[in-house]
Design a protein around this ligand. Structure first.
Ligand SMILES: Nc1ncnc2c1ncn2[C@@H]1O[C@H](COP(=O)(O)OP(=O)(O)OP(=O)(O)O)[C@@H](O)[C@H]1O
Length: 597
């Protein structure tokens, strides 16, 4: 429960909603007790007047008594109506303050979590799956909201009503009060347990539903594979199986719900019968009036919902506490990469890796061993090597997605740890290995780093990335919407849009992580040629698998198993006749085979 203490700061922030809210709850409850007392007076009056009416049997006065009696009853009726209207008004105010406060806090908390997410490093995102991250910001926050709004509102309501009603009952007749209220705790406990069963089963249904939808989603995304491997029947059978599972769980929930309401009605009815019976006995003893029985029945029926709410609220608070615990886990997670509080500055792009070793924190894989190299502004440094040899890791460390385990990464002779991270990253253009484009227009994807759209700049970036021609051929040109995975574009086109996005920034350092793999050699040459003029005086890091991509680089690092095994320009490396030379020969042979066939 202590996890919910995290929310106290919000109560403080919204105290001017909470305090009036509590007052409105109290006032609205007073208007529950008052009508019950009016009912008692009215009923007692009825009893008295009936006797008076019979007393005047056969006299003219009887009609007069009848009229007075009728009018006063009408007045009582109107009074009750007015009292309930006032109660309704305060109920409205109560919801307008407390429920509104819960919505404000929900909004604040969502932003708090999202902002914190933004600060967390890549390692954190590796440790947690996207679904988990999303659930905490949506589902868990909603559950906490239920505590902040209905949870608090109904708790206060129940407490206030109980105090008022029980006090009113006790002043009338202690014995009747005890017997009337006795079934209430049983009702609360039953509701609590049944509610837990309902929650448990609902969660199971939710799980089945998300399993079903991810199954469908995956099947539709992979529909090409599905059809080409002729697995439709198999998928159909799996879908039926998943659906059946969902149905079975849903039915289990319906069963509990079906039994729940009759049981509630039975208990409430039972409490009414007890009140009438005990009340009747007391009337015969002369300790109370028949009006008191009516008054008690009104109290009892007004208590029913709050008592039911008590059981419901208890399980609601438990769920909120569990959700807040999950949220707190993330909120207490410290960002591993923290920017020092230093002013922003423009970098020149002199990169130095000094004896850098790196072990990935989660897997314990040593990705780099003692890597040392320099990239000067105006140079193109290429990195080549087998898969898994540590090339992308160099890019990750350069972007300070992770901090080195040993050694240091320097930019302009200063450790990257000492640079203002936001300013530093904003001067790097990075094209990742796996293209990711947002579900937005092509123009917005290219201008992703800018706050204001600059169309001529977008077009120029597209030209430099050799994708302009492809874009203007599309019906909506730069306004073409692309899906999360850029469905309307080919693999090579997507890569080039991703390159344009990096070029658009006019970065001081440009990192290409194997992003020319889906582009033909002629286009590749065009892009590299364009880079020559765009990146003049700036630093290029190009990770590639094809020697043709990098043979003009000023410095080529050949990586193997996390180490730089050879280093130099194309001529130097060819003369060494080592791994690079072997790779070159192999690729040349492959090319000849392809062109010969
Ligand atoms: N985020 C990560 N967490 C843990 N281990 C990782 C992570 N990324 C890479 N590795 C591991 O680090 C090693 C180096 O990976 P890296 O991605 O740097 O290789 P690469 O040379 O870029 O490979 P490729 O050419 O296939 O992209 C590999 O063994 C890989 O399994």
């Amino acid at each position: 429960m202590k996890d919910l203490a995290h929310l106290n700061k919000y109560f403080l922030k919204y105290r001017w909603r909470l305090i009036p809210g509590v007052l409105f709850v109290i006032i609205s409850n007073i208007f529950i007790v008052l009508p019950a007392q009016v009912v008692r007076v009215a009923l007692d009056l009825v009893m008295e007047n009936i006797s008076v009416y019979h007393l005047f049997a056969g006299f003219d006065r009887q009609n007069m008594v009848y009229d007075i009696f009728g009018n006063s009853l009408l007045l009582f009726g109107l009074l009750i109506l007015v009292l309930y209207l006032i109660r309704g008004l305060f109920l409205f105010f109560m919801r307008q303050t407390i429920i509104l406060m819960s919505r404000h806090i929900e909004y604040d908390q969502k932003n708090e979590i999202y902002n914190h997410y933004q600060e967390l490093s890549l390692a954190f995102y590796r440790r947690h799956n996207t679904g988990d991250l999303m659930n905490r910001v949506t589902e868990d926050v909603s559950r906490v909201r239920m505590y902040l709004g209905p949870g608090i509102m109904y708790s206060i309501n129940t407490i206030v009503l109980f105090v008022l009603v029980i006090y009113a009952m006790l002043t009338v007749n202690v014995r009747l009060a005890i017997f009337s209220v006795a079934p209430m705790p049983i009702l609360a406990v039953i509701i609590y347990y049944v509610n837990n069963i309902i929650n448990f089963r609902s969660e199971k249904i939710q799980e089945r539903l998300s399993a079903l939808s991810s199954f469908v989603q995956e099947n539709f995304s992979g529909i090409r594979i599905m059809k080409s491997y002729v697995r439709e029947n198999h998928a159909r059978a799996r879908f039926a199986e998943e659906s059946d599972d969902y149905k079975v769980h849903s039915m289990a929930l319906v069963k509990v719900q079906a039994a729940f309401y009759p049981l509630m009605l039975f208990l409430v009815g039972f409490a009414n019968v007890v009140t009438i019976y005990i009340g009747g006995v007391e009337v015969m003893k002369g300790t109370i009036t028949p009006g008191n029985i009516a008054e008690f029945l009104v109290y009892l029926n007004q208590l029913t919902f709050p008592v039911m709410a008590l059981g419901w609220v208890t399980s609601l608070i438990q769920r909120a506490a569990a959700s807040q615990k999950r949220i707190n886990e993330f909120l207490h997670e410290k960002p591993e990469i923290i920017s020092p509080d230093v002013p922003k500055r423009t970098i020149n792009g002199l990169i130095e890796f000094k004896n850098v070793s790196f072990v990935y924190p989660d897997t314990g894989i040593q990705a780099l061993k003692n890597v040392t190299f320099t990239a000067n502004p105006g140079e193109m440094v290429a990195i080549i090597g087998r898969t898994g040899s540590g090339k992308s890791t160099i890019a990750n460390l350069l972007l300070r997605m992770y901090d080195v385990t040993d050694g240091d990464v320097l930019v302009d002779h200063e450790s990257v740890k000492k640079l203002n991270l936001e300013s530093y990253r904003s001067q790097i253009g990075f094209v990742p290995q796996e293209v990711f484009l947002f579900s937005d227009t092509i123009a917005n994807n290219i201008a992703f780093s800018a706050d204001v759209m600059d169309m001529p700049k977008v077009e120029q970036a597209a030209k430099d990335a050799a994708v302009y021609g492809n874009i203007i051929e599309l019906e909506h040109g730069f306004k073409t919407l692309i899906g999360e995975r850029g469905v309307t574009l080919s693999g090579g086109q997507k890569q080039r849009v991703s390159i344009a996005r990096a070029i658009f920034k006019h970065p001081q350092i440009l990192i290409f992580d194997d992003c020319l793999s889906a582009v033909d050699t002629r286009t590749e040459e065009e892009i590299l040629h364009n880079l020559g003029s765009i990146m003049q005086g700036k630093t290029n890091i190009i990770i590639a698998h094809r020697i043709s991509t990098i043979k003009n680089a000023d410095n080529i690092l050949v990586m193997d198993n996390g180490e730089i095994i050879e280093q130099g320009n194309h001529q130097q490396l060819m003369q060494q006749r080592g791994s690079y030379f072997e790779l070159y020969e192999k690729q040349l042979l492959e090319e000849e085979e392809v062109s010969g066939s």
